[in-house]
Design a protein around this ligand. Structure first.
Ligand SMILES: C[C@@H]1N[C@@H](C(=O)NCc2ccccc2)[C@H](O)[C@@H]1O
Length: 448
C-alpha cells in the first residue's frame, strides 16, 4: 500500500450512531426540482433525448434561453408539507433534495451568487421549506449539491493554464462558502449528496477535497458524505490508490444495483434510481419503460438484502405538482411498506445462499430472517438453505404469525417451505425464526 496524504482516513464502515441510523433507512426518496423542470425535456415541440435536467447542455438549447428561464420559476401552489406527507405515506425514512444542480441555480437564497430563488418571481427559500416540512414528518433530510456549476464563470472542466487555476481557486472558495451557508442555514441536515465531481479540475484538487470534507465535518459533527465527493492526490475517486473507499458510503450505484454481496466490498452504499429509464428532472414525455410498483419493491428488497439503501427519484413539475404515475407509485409502495416494512427497516445482509424466489433480510441481532418472496415456483416449494450453524425453528407469513408453514427437511441442511403456487398479486414476507445449531445427520440422530 502507498502512504497517502489525501486518501481514505478510515478503513471499513463508520461505527457511530448517525451512520447506524443511515444504514437502517432501507428506503429513501430523491427529489430533482429546478429551472430544468420548466422545460420538462422539451423546447419548441422538440424533445431532448437525454436526461431532462441536462437540457441546458442540449445543442438545441440556447444558453440565454435557459439562463433567463428562472424568471418564469414561480411555483405558487408549492406545498412542502404535502410533499412530506406523500413521502411519509410511502414509508421513506430519508429524502435527498437538490439544492443546486449542474445548471447552478440555487433553490436557497445564497449570498454568493444572484442566480438563486430569491431573484425569481417566487422569491421564497425552497430548501428551508423542504427541510422543515420533511423534518416535521420525521423524515431525515440530506442535501444534494452539484460541484459542477455551468452558470459560474470560474467553473473549469480541466486546469490547463495559469488562468484556469486562478479561476478554479475562486471557484473552490465559492463552493466552500455555499456549503458553509447550507450547513449553517439548515442545521437539521444529516448529510450531503455530492454530484458533478467527475471532471479533471476536481480530480486535480484532491488535497482541497480532503481539507474541505474535514472542514465540513468539523462544522457539522456526524455529517454523512458519500464517496463521490473526494479525490485522492492521484486523482482517484470513490476508492483511493490503495483501493480503500473515501467517504462514508459508496455512491457509485446510480441507476444500477449490485448483483452480489462481493460487489459492495463490505462498504455501506446507496442505489439512486429513476422511475423512467433515465431522467431525474420532470420530463413531459417518459421515453421507454417506466417501472411498476412491484419492480420498485423488488429493487428495494434487492438493495436491503445486500446491505444498502434504495433511493427512488421523483421529478415534480415546475409548479410543484407530481405526475399521477409518481403519486400512484408512492401510494402503492406505501401500502406494501405499511404491512411489510419489518423486512426492510433496520435490516441487513444475511449471508444465506440466494434462492430464486426472492431476497433474504434480517434485523441486526435478531434471531429472525425475513424472506421477501417475489417468484413462487409452479411447485409452490420454496427452497431455503440457512447459513452454517443456523437452524430454522419455524416459519410463518409475516401477516399470519400464528399459523406455522410446513418445513420439509431436505439434505445438506436445506428445506422446502410449501406454499400455494398461485394467486399472488404482490410480494409477501415469510418470517423464519432461527437458532444456533447444526443439522444432525441421520446416523448422528440414530446414535442419540
Ligand atoms: C443523480 C444523478 N446524477 C446526475 C448525472 O449527471 N449523472 C450522470 C452520471 C452517471 C454516472 C456517473 C457519473 C455521472 C443526474 O443529472 C442526476 O442528478
Amino acid at each position: 500500500t502507498k502512504v497517502l496524504q489525501h486518501g481514505a482516513h478510515r478503513v471499513g464502515k463508520r461505527t457511530d450512531a448517525e451512520m447506524a441510523t443511515w444504514r437502517g433507512y432501507g428506503l429513501g426518496q430523491f427529489i430533482h426540482w429546478g429551472v430544468y423542470s420548466l422545460f420538462g425535456g422539451e423546447l419548441n415541440g422538440n424533445y431532448y433525448n437525454g436526461a431532462a435536467e441536462w437540457i441546458r447542455s442540449w445543442k438545441d438549447m440556447p444558453h440565454g434561453v435557459y439562463d433567463s428561464a428562472y424568471k418564469q420559476f414561480n411555483p405558487a401552489s408549492f406545498n412542502a408539507t404535502q410533499w412530506a406527507k406523500m413521502a411519509k405515506q410511502m414509508g421513506v425514512r430519508y429524502v435527498t433534495f437538490t439544492t443546486k444542480h449542474h445548471d447552478g441555480f440555487c433553490l436557497w437564497p445564497s449570498k454568493y451568487t444572484d442566480y438563486t430563488i430569491a431573484n425569481s418571481p417566487y422569491k421564497k427559500d425552497i430548501v428551508k421549506q423542504v427541510v422543515d416540512a420533511y423534518s416535521k414528518e420525521g423524515i431525515d433530510v440530506y442535501l444534494y449539491f452539484s460541484v459542477m456549476d455551468w452558470h459560474n464563470p470560474d467553473w473549469r472542466y480541466d486546469l490547463k493554464t495559469k488562468e484556469d487555476s486562478a479561476a478554479f481557486e475562486r471557484f473552490k472558495l465559492f463552493t466552500k462558502n455555499q456549503l458553509t451557508e447550507l450547513l449553517q442555514q439548515y442545521p437539521q441536515t444529516k448529510g450531503l449528496w455530492f454530484d458533478g465531481t467527475w471532471d479533471n479540475s476536481w480530480k486535480k484538487s484532491g488535497a482541497f477535497t480532503d481539507t474541505l470534507e474535514q472542514y465540513l465535518k468539523t462544522l457539522h459533527p456526524g455529517l454523512i458524505i458519500g464517496s463521490r465527493f473526494r479525490a485522492d492526490e492521484f486523482g482517484n475517486r470513490h476508492v483511493d490508490a490503495n483501493g480503500v473507499l473515501m467517504g462514508d458510503y459508496e455512491q457509485g450505484w446510480e441507476r444500477k444495483i449490485p448483483k452480489t454481496y462481493a460487489d459492495v466490498h463490505g462498504n455501506d452504499w446507496d442505489c439512486v434510481m429513476t422511475i423512467p429509464e433515465n431522467g431525474w428532472g420532470y420530463q413531459k414525455k417518459w421515453l421507454g419503460h417506466w417501472k411498476s410498483t412491484n419492480e420498485i419493491l423488488e429493487m428495494t428488497a434487492q438493495c436491503v438484502s445486500l446491505g444498502g439503501n434504495f433511493v427512488l427519484n421523483f421529478g415534480p413539475r415546475a409548479d410543484g405538482t407530481f405526475r399521477p404515475e409518481e403519486v400512484t407509485i408512492a401510494k402503492e409502495a406505501g401500502d406494501w411498506m405499511k404491512i411489510n416494512s419489518a423486512a426492510i427497516y433496520n435490516c441487513e445482509y444475511t449471508g444465506w445462499e440466494k434462492q430464486d424466489w426472492g431476497y433474504y433480510t434480517k434485523k441486526t441481532g435478531e434471531n429472525k430472517v425475513y424472506m421477501i418472496v417475489f417468484n413462487v415456483p409452479v411447485s409452490g416449494s420454496l427452497k431455503i438453505k440457512p447459513a452454517k450453524n443456523t437452524l430454522v425453528d419455524k416459519a410463518y407469513l409475516l401477516t399470519a404469525p400464528g399459523k406455522n408453514l410446513s418445513l420439509e427437511k431436505l439434505d445438506y441442511g436445506a428445506s422446502f417451505i410449501h406454499v400455494s403456487s398461485t394467486g399472488y398479486k404482490q410480494p409477501f414476507v415469510i418470517v423464519l425464526e432461527t437458532k444456533e445449531g447444526s443439522e444432525k445427520s441421520d446416523e448422528q440422530k440414530a446414535k442419540t
